[in-house]
Write a protein that binds this ligand. Structure first.
Ligand SMILES: [Zn+2]
Length: 283
């Protein structure tokens, strides 16, 4: 599932490709992904509109468009859910089977593909208002982070997945940040000491920034086809294998810890897998 770094890398990739392009036609093949926007509202708002910017907030993509005859820009919110992809393809290429929404941009199609239809491409942007601070931004402050952790009895791993605490962290980077901060994923959020919180705050920023950096330099395949688990959109054919060094605990159950050599353990927390080293992360 794409998290902050993958969405950021996708936004950086798409931004220059979309800027200035006008939507000439809208083809909604799965109305579910537009909810609560109706296909009629969607078409009315977007046909004739021009892409002016693309930004990211948490795990959401925010497409800004200028519609003819309207002063206020239109914002289109994209969320990739579990299996969503957004990419541009030439008009003469056949559409993927699970293309949920296709925007006609002239020579190219903007394709939102989702095999499981858990993602969204909608005019309803209310989800963004509920998000906590951006972990790589100035609003994410160690002291405020410590205060909000003090109010929770939840295990810290589970707490980190709450998008109102800090936006954009999912299952992968929660495990990675806790490993880097040497904190047990089972520790109750409010029991973390001042130094632990400071380490975790730094670790979150570190793992996310490095993943964005990695995704910006590795050749990736943003189009259709299989994902190989590096980034959900897949590695470009022939690109070297960076996967091993990129994630240090996630999906490494039973393999040696890169710090101490002991086996990485996998546990379930709130119905999701957590990976950690019981030796290095004992506090
Ligand atoms: Zn270890």
């Amino acid at each position: 599932m794409p998290e902050l770094p993958e969405v950021e890398v996708l936004a950086r990739h798409l931004r220059p490709l979309l800027r200035g392009k006008t939507i000439r036609g809208v083809n909604v093949r799965r109305a579910k992904v537009l909810k609560p926007t109706s296909p009629q509202q969607f078409r009315r708002a977007l046909i004739g509109a021009k892409f002016i910017n693309l930004s990211r907030r948490g795990k959401y993509l925010l497409f800004q468009l200028r519609a003819p005859g309207r002063k206020a820009p239109v914002t289109l919110l994209g969320h990739l859910g579990m299996t969503g992809r957004i990419f541009l393809a030439r008009k003469n290429e056949s559409l993927p089977r699970h293309a949920a929404v296709v925007l006609d941009l002239g020579r190219e199609n903007f394709i939102y593909e989702d095999t499981r239809y858990f993602g969204r491409l909608t005019l309803d942007v209310s989800a963004v208002g509920k998000l906590g601070p951006e972990p790589l931004g100035d609003d994410f402050q160690s002291a405020l982070f410590a205060e909000s952790l003090k109010r929770s009895r939840q295990a810290i791993k589970v707490r980190l997945l709450d998008q109102t605490l800090v936006a954009g962290i999912g299952n992968i980077y929660a495990s990675e940040a806790l490993f880097r901060a040497r904190i047990s994923p089972r520790t109750s959020a409010r029991r973390l000491g001042r130094l632990q919180v400071a380490r975790l705050w730094r670790a979150i920023r570190g793992v996310l920034a490095e993943a964005v950096e990695c995704g910006s330099t590795v050749p990736l395949n943003f189009g259709g086809g299989r994902s190989d688990g590096l980034f959900y959109f897949g590695r470009a054919p022939g690109a070297a294998d960076y996967y091993e060094e990129r994630l240090r605990v996630y999906d490494r159950a039973g393999r040696p810890c890169l710090n101490c050599g002991g086996p990485i353990k996998r546990i379930k927390q709130a119905a999701r897998s957590t990976f950690y080293c019981p030796r290095c992360q004992c506090a």
